[in-house]
Write a protein that binds this ligand. Structure first.
Ligand code: NOJ
Length: 756
């Protein structure tokens, strides 16, 4: 009897929770349907229109005439969303225009590029990815969401999940690197950080998966250039991260500027309607990129703006970002029968639902709270989080004779280089509301950490000269070695030299591609001049892409990759230099030896001629090895890790079974440390040829001195299979190899069979 009462109780609970879900779903639907029933077609189209504010522009400047009437347009309910309005006060005022004047008082959505922090800058995304630590990625997004949402923003244009293989492309700094598996799990972590579990809660913002799709494959790494990849690469490399975030509930998607298979991505119905909104069940909305509708005509894919708008709405682009294509033409297109009104309804329903989820219909001003903004933005706690993430994002590339960590008892230390005292470059190029020159410089960080040491500082040379900001082209300092003598003197007078060189942050980011990824200007000459007088050089690299540094790699005894580490850069770098934190980062993009190797990536295919033939007729360069300078997954620690021989629990499995791999890893050095144990697979004989290696799992473990741990990994169909060029998921029988190790090259191999 008791069991029946219990079962009845459980049923009741289940029923009431289902009822709640249905109820909340239907409330949202009902609200949106009721509202839409009151809207005119023009008002609906207004919701699909996004305009930039004039305070800041993150794309080509809009035509003046178009912007003059912006306030009137808002008052007339013809602007559903704005980008680049930020701050509690400004967003409050802009919102008031819409809510108090437009006929239906529908609140606007405020969006902004919050790529690695709002005012507290975190490391650039490529750096954060190097932590291989989803908690860190989530934390960074959470803090950014807290600051952005307190400043009136509802929606961030992040995360970017374009898998980037070409270091020339300036936007690799915004992504997770060259691997689709990492881009998937890291982007999901970021989405969770931004959105939390419930968008209606404080401190959360809607995220945006971008750029859909294949934007990073621009030919020769030049931004906005043509993309021409096959559907095999599309399904296996480009799309998996997008699918992962769609399934994890990301609120919005942004399409991309590039061509796919001969048509602009914003006109691609297969991607936006069939896959995203169809197969993947995405119920949010798609925003165009800035101008990606207008540019359809410039690509030659439409005869004019009106036709571009027609193609884009039909293909599933719901919101028009700064193209001025939907507002003037959509009604006409509906009347001409070229666009079904149901598509407009679908787009508007999606947009209104996100507004509903964000709680804007309960209180349109709830994000614009001046008190909360003062309390939450750029506070101590956020900066502490930024320091934590930054130190975990650094990658130790070289450490001969254990030059690092430097003892805190060092008597004299030279701090040299054009980036050593920069309070600006560590902020990165997508810096949102960061205050110019607000980062802790390396020199400051070192001085904070070593109050008793004699610090000999010398800039040595300039990296850039003249104006530098995120819209202008940079001019690099060249052949001016007048600062070298001071640098040489500082090096001579010091036990150890810390040399900070690399890139200006504005060498990377949107619109900043490069054909030469060596260090610019006089930086290598400075290194050589200093190296001549003091060999104890620790090179601190700051850069936003893999750089070509073969000479440094050969000569410098220690190299620490610190990327653009954000507001707390100097303190975080000092944490690593002086051993308060043992570096644990691993590269998520291969470092080429020279630009000619680009694009270079670990998960490439085997060629028909991959092995040296003893003559020239094999796939190689005659002036450079094929291998990268530093491979994917690479990064050293101050301690040493030992791997046992990996063991599989079976020699063969059926297609529905899984296989378990175990490996014992021990800390054989003298310091506590963290290791990223990486698991790659290869399907060496497949219907469609598979890459030589694919990352399928990893674990980051912390081990005390002498500690060991047996780490287990389970691989199943989802890890062993792949997509055909038509997008069909296949798992074939046959031999599989598993590689486990500390990076993509340093691995041990075991094999097993998948049976039919
Ligand atoms: C263009 C960029 O491609 C995109 O990533 C960004 O979000 C928009 N501009 C808005 O600034």
């Amino acid at each position: 009897m008791r069991i029946y009462t219990y079962l009845a109780f459980v049923c009741l609970l289940l029923l009431s929770s289902c009822a709640k879900q249905n109820d909340s779903g239907s409330k949202e639907d009902q609200f949106v349907n009721d509202l839409m029933a009151k809207m005119t077609l023009q008002e609906k189209i207004g919701q699909m229109n996004q305009r930039t504010s004039q305070w800041e522009m993150t794309g080509p400047a809009p035509d003046k005439e178009n912007t003059q009437n912006l306030q009137e347009e808002i008052k007339n309910g013809r602007v559903g969303s704005m980008l680049n309005v930020k701050g509690a006060k400004a967003t409050y005022e802009a919102q008031k225009l819409a809510v108090e004047n437009s006929r239906l008082g529908i609140p606007m959505l405020f969006a902004y590029d919050v790529i690695h922090g709002y005012k507290t800058m975190f490391p650039i995304p490529l750096a954060e990815a190097s932590s291989w630590d989803t908690d860190m990625l989530k934390l960074s997004a959470q803090v950014a969401a807290k600051e952005a949402s307190a400043s009136g923003l509802h929606w961030v244009f992040a995360p970017m999940m374009d898998v980037g293989r070409d270091a020339r492309w300036g936007r690799v700094m915004e992504g997770c690197g060259e691997d689709p598996y990492l881009a998937s799990i890291f982007s999901v972590a970021r989405v969770r950080g931004f959105q939390g579990a419930d968008l209606s809660k404080d401190y959360t913002v809607a995220a945006c998966a971008k750029h859909f799709a294949a934007y990073a494959f621009s030919e020769s790494g030049r931004d906005y250039n043509t993309v021409d990849i096959g559907t095999y690469t599309l399904h296996n490399i480009v799309l998996p991260p997008f699918k992962a975030v769609a399934e994890s509930g990301v609120a919005t998607f942004m399409n991309s500027f590039n061509l796919i298979n001969g048509s602009p991505a914003s006109t691609n119905a297969y991607l936006q309607r069939d896959l995203l909104k169809g197969d993947w069940g995405f119920d949010g909305f798609v925003v165009s990129d800035w101008g990606s509708i207008e540019e359809v005509a410039y690509h030659g894919g439409a005869k004019d703006l009106k036709q571009a708008g027609e193609l884009c709405i039909n293909a599933g682009s719901d919101m028009d970002m700064e193209n001025d294509a939907y507002l003037p033409y959509l009604e006409e297109l509906v009347n001409e029968g070229k666009v079904a009104e149901s598509l407009i309804d679908d787009a508007v329903r999606r947009i209104l639902k996100i507004k509903y989820k964000l709680g804007l219909f309960d209180d349109p001003y709830r994000y614009s709270n001046i008190e909360r903004e003062k309390e939450l933005v750029y506070n101590k706690e956020n900066r502490a989080a930024a320091r934590e993430v930054a130190k975990r994002s650094m990658v130790l590339l070289k450490n001969e004779n254990q030059l690092l960590p430097i003892s805190k008892n060092v008597k004299s230390l030279a701090v040299i280089g054009p980036l050593a005292d920069s309070k600006d470059i560590p902020l990165g190029s997508w810096r949102a509301q960061a205050i110019t020159n607000s980062a802790v410089s390396l020199l400051e960080g070192i001085t904070n950490a070593l109050p008793k040491t004699k610090i000999n500082y010398a800039k040595g040379c300039d990296l850039t000269i003249g104006e530098r900001n995120f819209r202008v082209e940079l001019t690099y300092g060249k052949n001016n070695q007048s600062g070298f003598s001071k640098a040489i003197k500082a090096a001579k007078q010091s036990e150890v030299v810390v040399l900070a060189i690399g890139e200006d942050c504005f060498q990377t980011g949107e619109g900043r591609s490069q054909t030469d990824i060596r260090l610019k200007g006089d930086q290598m000459a400075l290194f050589n001049a200093v190296y001549k007088v003091n060999k104890n050089i620790v090179v601190v690299l700051m850069n936003g892409r893999p750089v070509a540094i073969p000479e440094l790699a050969e000569k410098a005894p220690a190299i620490l990759e610190t990327w653009f580490a954000g507001s707390e850069a100097g303190n975080a770098i000092a944490d690593v230099l002086f051993g308060d934190y043992n570096p644990s980062g691993k590269l998520t993009m291969s470092f080429p030896r020279n630009v000619g190797q680009c694009p270079i990536y670990y998960n490439h295919m085997s060629t028909g001629r991959s092995l040296s033939s003893g003559n020239v007729f094999w796939s190689h360069y005659t002036d450079s090895p094929n291998t990268p300078l530093y491979p994917f997954g690479y990064g050293l620690s101050y301690t040493k890790f030992k791997y046992s021989t990996p063991i599989l629990n079976k020699t063969s499995i059926g297609k529905a079974e899984s296989i378990e791999l175990s490996v014992n890893v021990s800390n054989a050095g003298n310091l506590e440390g963290e290791e990223v144990i990486q698991v790659y697979i290869q399907d060496p004989a497949a219907k469609y040829v598979r890459p030589v290696k694919e990352l399928k799992a990893y674990k980051k473990v912390k081990l005390a001195v002498g500690e060991q741990q047996t780490v287990k990994f389970e691989l199943s169909k989802k890890d062993l299979g792949y997509y055909s060029p038509d997008g069909e998921f296949l798992l074939e029988s046959g031999t599989f190899h598993i590689f486990v190790g500390t990076d993509s090259q340093n691995v041990q191999k075991v094999s097993f069979t998948v049976k039919d």
